[in-house]
Write a protein that binds this ligand. Structure first.
Ligand code: DX5
Ligand code: ZN
Length: 221
């Protein structure tokens, strides 16, 4: 199984973003996780399309956009146009998740569905045949630097089981509070895209921190 690190831009130093993304690319990190918050779906506001469009020029990484916004159907196309390769939206935020998935896919971007800690994984089962990615939140969305919620790992396990039993092809991404110390818990359960904010771009030695994650991933090759 291919395992990828997707560092969250939220923990970057925004005065040095281009430089920090180059460090990641040189360290062999293929994905960048971009957290979009609207201050309504979550109690925080981050950045939107113009910032993504600008950063797109500085990086060839796969842009894995995590929309924490209400009514994601209103903006799905614009995020794809701004440079998202993958558009993830919250199942809780969409009136008709199937329609949002279809809208994202029409743009040519990959489509992902995301669940908060309080949302049972069964809720999204009907959409699994049509998703490229499922994102399991292991903190309440809104802020970097929170503590990993180990009880959420059972959702990763269920998703991995369904994938195997029912022949689905989605990636399983884990997001929130992931560290070098706890990442194996998610990998053992079947996650293959690992988001890390504080544990990578939040560190003084970004390339070194990323490299340590990649070393652990090798154990799962
Ligand atoms: C939280 C975001 C996460 C967060 C990850 O709402 O979705 O992507 O930035 O940061 P850490 O790894 O520090 O929890
Ligand atoms: Zn995120």
């Amino acid at each position: 199984m291919n395992i990828f690190l997707s560092p969250s831009l939220l923990s970057a130093d925004f005065t040095r973003v281009g430089e920090q993304l180059s460090l990641l690319e040189e360290a062999g990190v293929p994905y960048l996780h971009l957290d979009v918050m609207d201050g309504i779906f979550v109690p925080n506001i981050s950045f939107g399309m113009p910032v993504i469009q600008s950063i797109r020029k500085a990086s060839k990484m796969v842009f894995d956009v995590h929309l924490m916004i209400t009514e994601p159907e209103r903006y799905a196309e614009e995020f794809a146009k701004a440079g998202a390769d993958i558009v993830n939206f919250h199942a809780e935020a969409a009136k008709d998740p199937a329609a949002v998935l279809a809208k994202i896919k029409k743009t040519g971007a990959k489509a992902g569905i995301t669940i908060k800690p309080g949302t049972p994984v069964e809720t999204i089962k009907p959409y699994l045949p049509d998703v490229d990615m499922v994102l399991v939140m292991t903190v309440e969305p809104g802020f970097a630097g929170q503590k990993f919620m180990p009880e959420q790992v059972e959702k990763i396990r269920r998703l991995a089981e369904w994938k195997k039993e029912l022949g689905f092809t989605y990636d399983i991404e884990v997001d929130g509070g992931v560290t070098l110390e706890n990442v194996r818990t998610s990998l053992d359960a079947g996650a293959n895209i690992i988001v890390a904010g504080s544990a990578v771009l939040g560190k003084a030695d970004i390339a070194g921190a990323a490299g340590k994650f990649l070393e652990i991933f090798k154990e799962y090759e």
